[in-house]
Design a protein around this ligand. Structure first.
Ligand SMILES: Cc1cc2nc3c(=O)[nH]c(=O)nc-3n(C[C@H](O)[C@H](O)[C@H](O)COP(=O)(O)OP(=O)(O)OC[C@H]3O[C@@H](n4cnc5c(N)ncnc54)[C@H](O)[C@@H]3O)c2cc1C
Length: 496
């Protein structure tokens, strides 16, 4: 075996420091030295505040104390996303984490609910989601401390300050032996076999490595520029390509969820942290100028700005290979899908996890990168399809942007999902998918897409038993949620 002697991580944003933290934890005790290089004069994107539940699991798996991390990053809890004005103006729905309902006489809850709804004996689907009921009432409790109760099936993620999170992970990785230095890459040298041999920095320093992780953001210094890996552009599916972002002071209670409101040419977010609120308007430059976008963002801001709004541009899609030769692209260097479901940090974490599974030696056998790339492309496609679902199912026709969304092409993978759902409300769940059936059901339902039928299997259930079970479940969740502390109160207790 010729184990990797040095892994060089290029970039000190969320992807660089997350990779540094996870690798320094898992490779501790091995002979592999980790180095991270970042350019002092190329700033990080400094955004990426909303996460999904596996992020909490990742933090814990590193042995990080969750409360300490929450305090250090001014984090708040996230129970899901509230969608406003998506299906049509004035419509609201919630995409919750965790379960929606539980099986009734061993039958799938959603199918039971579909049957009951046909006879008018069911409440809204989201009333059976502990996360949605907590969110709507502004309450929070850790589901792990409420096992075997009506809210035991809830789940949560965090809203974090991206810069503070990177700083936390930096301290974590450096304490485990990672070498950190500043320097801007000016030249990338390659061996005869195409592998990257070393990086030359602006100050002339040479950084050699057996393996390189490209976390250089949209610059994609190693993957795009040095190795010339092509980009698979998905702009035809997802038309938003810009965002204007701002931070405001806090007003009112800290909502335990992200808000995503559809706007004239895209959508805007509201992400509450403990000490401030992150805002942004994601839009398509084909349908909205930067000046209009800025005006739209500012018009809806209900608290004083902390700093000037910033404009960001992006192209949706991914590098055709995330791993080529001895170089792996993570984060924005590998691709980006607009942040509607807050999936980017998750995709970074998936990339690091898969890298550890396929950890190469110095020869980097091509079958490792082949399988890695296949897996990552599947993950990106899943996220693309899920986000696209929010646009193609909208019935809004009030602006040119929304009329354009009616004409977006639908990839076969999504078309098949929609057809299966329409037929009998079924979702084909694949192994390791981020978005489980309840996520798809929530969005379909929220967007007003109804299945033609339910599965005949639930016909064996007595209608009265069904109705009683549903009424009991709804009441039990609400009754318990009313006993919980408010989100702010919960944060105060934990901080205290
Ligand atoms: C509008 C918007 C909203 C988003 N919202 C979310 C969200 O809610 N949730 C979520 O999960 N994700 C979100 N993301 C994505 C998230 O911001 C990124 O995935 C995350 O911050 C990772 O960025 P990064 O580390 O890859 O790149 P960056 O933060 O850009 O870091 C790049 C690093 O590379 C270094 N570098 C660049 N060039 C060189 C060079 N030549 N030499 C040396 N170093 C160099 C820089 O100094 C920097 O340290 C959002 C993104 C956008 C655009």
């Amino acid at each position: 075996m010729s184990a990797l002697r040095t892994i060089v991580i290029l970039g000190g944003g969320t992807s660089g420091w997350l990779a540094a933290a996870v690798l320094s934890h898992h490779l501790k005790g091995s002979n592999t030295q980790l180095r991270l290089i970042e350019a002092e004069d190329v700033s990080t994107i400094g955004i990426g505040e909303s996460t999904v539940p596996p992020f909490v699991g990742l933090i814990k798996s590193l042995g990080i104390n969750e409360q300490e991390f929450i305090a250090a990053t001014n984090a708040s809890y996230k129970l899901g996303i509230e969608f406003l004005d998506w299906g049509n103006k004035q419509q609201r729905y919630f995409h919750p984490f965790g379960v929606i309902g539980s099986r009734i006489e061993n039958q799938d809850f959603y199918q039971c609910w579909l049957k009951a709804r046909q006879t008018g004996h069911a409440a809204a689907l989201e009333n059976y989601s502990p996360c949605q009921v907590m969110a709507q009432n502004g309450r929070f409790w850790l589901p792990s401390h409420a096992q075997n109760t009506p809210i035991g099936g809830a789940n949560y993620a965090l809203h974090v300050d991206a810069t503070l999170a990177a700083q936390y992970l930096k301290k974590f990785a450096c304490a485990r032996g990672l070498q950190h230095s500043f320097g801007k890459v000016q030249q990338v040298n390659r061996s005869a076999n195409g592998f990257i041999s070393d990086l030359i920095l602006h100050n002339g320093e040479q950084i050699a490595g057996d393996f390189f992780i490209d976390c250089s953001g949209f610059n994609s210094v190693l993957t795009a520029n040095a190795l010339g890996v092509e980009f698979n552009d998905w702009s035809q599916y997802l038309p938003c390509d810009r965002a204007i972002v701002a931070r405001t002071t806090t007003t009112g209670p800290t909502a335990p969820y992200t808000q995503a409101r559809a706007r004239e040419a895209g959508w805007s977010w509201r992400i509450p942290l403990q000490n401030r609120v992150g805002r942004g308007y994601v839009y398509s430059s084909q349908f909205c100028s930067d000046t209009q976008a800025r005006a739209t963002l500012l018009k809806h801001v209900d608290a004083p700005l902390i700093d000037e709004p910033r404009l960001l541009q992006f192209t949706t899609g991914h590098r055709c290979e995330f791993w080529r030769h001895n170089c792996l692209a993570l984060g924005l260097a590998g691709g980006f899908i607009e942040p509607l479901e807050a999936t980017a940090i998750h995709l970074i974490a998936r990339g690091i996890d898969a890298f550890l599974q396929f950890l190469p030696d110095r020869h980097c056998h091509p079958s490792l990168s082949k399988h890695y790339n296949r897996r990552m492309i599947q993950d990106y496609e899943e996220v693309r399809d899920f986000i696209l679902l929010h646009y193609v199912t909208s019935q809004r026709l009030d602006t040119a942007f929304w009329r354009h969304c009616q004409t977006l092409p639908v990839p076969n993978s999504l078309q098949e999902r929609i057809e299966l759902f329409l037929a009998q409300g079924l979702i084909s769940e694949q192994h390791e998918q981020l978005f489980r059936s309840s996520s798809w059901q929530s969005v379909f339902e929220g967007m007003g897409i109804k299945p033609q039928n339910y599965s005949p299997r639930v016909d064996s259930l007595d209608a009265q038993v069904l109705t009683q079970n549903l009424a009991k479940a709804e009441a039990a969740i609400l009754a318990m949620v009313k006993t919980l502390p408010s989100h702010d109160e919960f944060l105060r207790r934990k901080n205290g």
